[in-house]
Design a protein around this ligand. Sequence first.
Ligand code: BGC
Length: 533
Amino acid sequence: MALEAETQAIVEQFEFSDDDVNKAVKEFLRQMDEGLSKDGTSLSQIPTYVTSVPNGSEKGRYMAVDLGGTNFRVCSIKLNGDHTFSLTYNKVTIPKELMVAKTAQELFGFLALEIKKFLQEHHGEVFEHHLKRRLTVSSPDGFKDEPIFRMGFTFSFPVKQVGINKGTLIRWTKGFDIPDAVGKDVCALLQEEIDKLHLPVRVAALVNDTVGTLMARSYTSPGKYGSILGAIFGTGTNGAYIEKLSHLKKDLVGEYDNSTGQMVINTEWGSFDNQLNVLPSTKWDNALEEGSINPGFQMYEKRVSGMFLGEILRLTMLDLYNNPNVSFLKDENSSFNDLGSVTVIDRDSGLYKPWGVDTAIMSKAEADQGSELSVFRESLEKELKIYAAALEDAVAIKRIAHAIVRRAARLAAVAIGAIVIQTGKLNDPELLGEKIDIGVDGSLVEHYPGFRDMIKEALKITDGIGEVNAKRIEIGLTQDGSGVGAALIALVAARMEQKDTNADYIGELRSAVQEGASAVDEKAALDEKATSD
Ligand code: BGC
């Protein structure tokens, strides 16, 4: 009974009421506006220099690389021009020591090497051809490396963008910490390392994963009027939306096409309300903050995204465990335990280690609807080395996990709701009764059962949206934004690029790429056939 009461007391602290949601939406709108008018605000509202979204007819082959969390992906993407694409990729885990390397060069050098490996593996002929030319071409100025692959660089950290392929890192997030890179142009850092290896690749576009998601959503499943927002609820969280240029009061230093009257804005909403005007804070949020590497920043992200929710859960579990009035994970006599065993927490359990509880276990708890919670209890054993937890213990963890994620989903609704209101689309007479489309990606929306439903519930009670309009908001899972989306932006960049003087040489290499590319496509088609046969 005591456990149930204590659990309830914890659950209540994660309540984020309808009233709280509405206050937060108002504050989000205010901070959006502030971010559109000046630099240095908590909601950064970064102009991306992307002024239109695709309609699905785009064609071409591009490369994309994606750095944004635990993995680095190198892809080549063929846009087929009919809302479909094919994609080949390699994925590697970023070695932990590189996430906190002393110099930027160490990380970016590693990325360039991975690009080289990918080219050798998937575009070998083109790569060899390029190498041969390097050795044989003689000109008065020596050999000049010519880029034949345009590459979109998905770099999912806050960057002050000053052009479509130029931007300086504002700060690291999600466990990365390489002070040497802060303030530097990340495209130049990568290009430098690519050039050292003489790869025929040019970093043509700098892309945040949310912008990629918005582009990919528009390319693959455009509604009648396209998508308005791309959002990530994964390791980190953020959103990019289409804003009217007339609302953007900050100076724009780079070139862009102003004919559409719009620009995609990367909100960097992970840092919404760093000043805590409206964000909720429990004692566990405060404890997490104390142990974080970027105190005072990403305050919204720390309450919403996958990197942090598991740690909040761990801190609540530890409190329950250490509470002398409660029996939690303490069955030392098999007669108290419904499994007829004793509960054992391994000394090496993630429960005892900061960041030792992976948020994925919260999805498993939610997904287990069985009366014994046996699947979830198996995860506790496998992943947390907590053996023979009693049913009451598992129920308590599941309830708390649900409360933490429900608060996250309602906070997610704050950002989504505010942006829908900001775009004015709900009241646009041309869109009466039409769907308002949003593309989302990330482990929470993908794996946590009901995450999107909880967002919808909160949108229904949001002033300025309401029940009828909430039904018009379509929140669609959109994967591969950082690959396809980056390719689409590389295409935009290519259109903006001026004609190159050395056209013949490039022409020749491009046809080599085409040949290599069709070989890759044919192989992929054959592989696909082989697996489906
Ligand atoms: C970064 C964003 C990114 C988001 C999702 C955040 O930590 O600041 O740039 O879009 O994570 O990956």
